[in-house]
Design a protein around this ligand. Structure first.
Ligand SMILES: [Zn+2]
Length: 259
C-alpha cells in the first residue's frame, strides 16, 4: 500500500501545476458563484466525478458516501441528522442550485454488500457499513424485489421523482449486460431521487420545477457515463449521438411542467 508520502507528493505537484490558476478561479467566482448541481455519488476511489464531468472550480457541490445514498426525510431528525440533507439545504436553498444529480456506478462495493444482506434489513445489527446500508438502503431492496418480480411479468418499475404526482417508469438493464449487483445499483440510483424529493424544504421548488432531479450511472468497466432518460425509460450512454435527446428529455420535462 502506498504511504502518505504519495498523497503529499500529489500536493507538491498541485502547488507547482494548478495552485496559482485555481486561486484565480476562486477569486473569480467568490462574489458570483453559479454552481450547476448538487451531485451525490459514491466514495469509491474510482469514481472521479470532477474528472469525468470535466468540472471546474465552482461548478458542483459534490457529496460522497458509501453507495450514493440519500436518506429519506422520514429518517431525518436531530439525533440522526445527515450531511446529505444539509448539502441539499446549502446547495438548493442557500445557493439556489437548480439540479440535483444522483450518480451510481458499476462494481459498487456498497451495493455488492447491500445485495449480500438484502434479506437481513430488519435485523438492526452489524458493522457500521451494514447498519448504514440497512437503514438507508431498505427502500432500494424493496424496489429491487419488485424488479425481480416485474422481470417475469415484463413490467417496468415505477419511481417517484419531483413530486408525489410525478412518476416515471424504468426498465433496468434491458439488454441484460450487467451482473445482478449492478442492476441493484441502478435501481438504487433511481430510488434516491424519491428520497431527495421527500424533504419538505425542497417541495415548493420541486413543484415549481425550480429544482430538477437527474440520475446518472458511471460504468467502471468501460469508463462510460449514463444518464437516465425518462422518455426512453432506460439509462442511456452520454455520447455525441445521445446528447441532444438526453438534453431535450430533461428540458422538455421542465417545459411540460411549466405550461
Ligand atoms: Zn460505490
Amino acid at each position: 500500500m502506498p504511504g502518505i508520502g504519495k498523497l503529499m507528493r500529489g500536493i507538491l505537484r498541485y502547488r507547482t501545476v494548478d495552485r496559482v490558476h485555481m486561486v484565480e478561479q476562486f477569486k473569480k467566482i467568490r462574489d458570483n458563484p453559479e454552481p450547476t448541481a448538487v451531485f451525490f455519488t459514491c466514495i469509491d476511489s474510482r469514481v472521479l466525478a470532477s474528472r469525468f464531468t470535466y468540472s471546474q472550480v465552482g461548478d458542483n457541490f459534490i457529496v460522497r458516501n458509501a453507495g450514493n445514498l440519500v436518506p429519506d426525510a422520514c429518517k431525518f431528525s436531530y439525533d440522526s441528522a445527515t450531511t446529505e440533507a444539509g448539502a441539499l439545504d446549502l446547495g438548493c436553498i442557500t445557493n439556489g442550485i437548480r439540479h440535483v444529480v444522483v450518480c451510481g456506478h458499476s462494481d459498487c462495493k456498497a451495493m455488492n454488500a447491500l445485495y449480500d444482506i438484502r434479506h437481513e434489513c430488519d435485523e438492526h445489527s452489524g458493522s457500521p457499513l451494514q447498519l448504514w446500508l440497512k437503514k438507508h438502503g431498505e427502500p432500494t431492496v424493496k424496489k429491487f424485489s419488485e424488479m425481480q418480480e416485474n422481470i417475469e411479468l415484463q413490467r417496468p418499475l415505477i419511481f417517484q421523482a419531483e413530486t408525489e404526482n410525478h412518476n416515471f417508469e424504468a426498465i433496468i438493464d434491458p439488454e441484460n449486460k450487467y451482473k445482478i449487483q449492478d442492476k441493484l445499483s441502478q435501481v438504487n440510483t433511481l430510488q434516491q431521487l424519491q428520497h431527495v424529493a421527500s424533504y419538505p424544504f425542497l417541495k415548493e421548488k420541486l413543484s415549481k420545477n425550480e429544482v430538477r432531479l437527474h440520475a446518472m450511472w458511471f460504468d467502471i468497466y468501460t469508463g462510460e457515463v449514463y444518464m437516465f432518460s425518462r422518455a426512453r425509460k432506460v439509462f442511456m450512454e452520454i455520447n455525441e449521438h445521445n446528447y441532444s435527446h438526453l438534453l431535450y428529455d430533461a428540458d422538455s420535462e421542465m417545459a411540460i411542467k411549466k405550461s
